[in-house]
Design a protein around this ligand. Structure first.
Ligand code: DC
Length: 227
């Protein structure tokens, strides 16, 4: 039986969804589900096997023989692909630049969506992605559409990379983010789109903590069991 609500967080790449969703889930003692990581895991395997990311049939066959698990280990979400921990590996640019092609296929999306719906069956989740409020959890009790300008999102990624001591080029990041926005919002199946009943939060001039606190208050208003 479902006892707690589900929170859906959608929005474009780099808007801070995963950081916000993770912190919010910790605060609520809910489970965080990173749906982008599922598409990334499949993409990582496809790239490793040198497959054509535009070939839906081959990718679908690959997905059928792939096991993807999201496991919470001492407060950290780990992505396990066929028993291998790929949590860090799926963040590389080879995956980032190919994942939108993998995620546009209807057969792939159908299977991923079913998996995601199953994970949220019991409630008590914060799920982030692109189509959570519109397709995966259309009945989620709270839907948030988190945005920020392309420049702001590129600036955040740029600073993140520099902090990690990694090379970074702001203009290149901005172009990549704009390209992913276009691919994600113009695809035929479940494009990135705000659900009609989602609440839009523009985080351009807000801190992560402000966004988390704001959504937390909305959950408290709607779910009597959370204080
Ligand atoms: O959130 P992310 O950057 O890790 O997502 C990776 C890609 O997966 C992104 O380009 C869009 C796609 N995606 C999707 O189509 N549907 C989701 N629910 C989550 C991600």
């Amino acid at each position: 039986m479902k006892t707690q609500m589900n929170v859906a967080i959608d929005g474009p790449a780099g808007a801070g969804k995963s950081t916000v969703a993770k912190l919010l889930a910790d605060k609520l003692k809910f489970i965080y589900i990173d749906t982008g990581a599922m598409y990334r895991a499949l993409t990582w395997k496809a790239v490793k096997e040198d497959m054509d990311v535009n070939n839906q049939q081959d990718l679908n066959a690959l997905l059928d023989k792939t096991d993807i698990q999201l496991i919470n280990r001492s407060g950290n979400l780990r992505i396990i692909l066929d028993e291998e921990d790929v949590t860090e590996k799926i963040r590389g640019s080879d995956v980032t630049n190919n994942v939108s092609y993998v995620a546009k296929h209807s057969l792939i999306r159908q299977k991923m969506v079913l998996k995601q719906q199953k994970l949220a069956e019991q409630g008590g989740t914060v799920m982030d992605g692109r189509d959570i409020g519109t397709a995966v959890l259309p009945y989620a009790e709270l839907k948030v559409f988190l945005t920020a300008t392309v420049d702001e999102r590129a600036k955040r990624r740029h600073e993140e990379q520099l902090e990690k001591g990694l090379p970074s080029n702001f203009n290149q990041l901005r172009d990549e983010i704009a390209k992913r926005d276009k691919l994600d919002s113009e695809r035929d199946i479940a494009p990135l789109k705000k659900a009609e009943d989602a609440l839009e939060i523009d985080s351009t001039s807000m801190s992560i903590q402000e966004v988390v606190d704001h959504i937390y208050e909305l959950v408290v208003e709607r779910d009597g069991s959370v204080e």
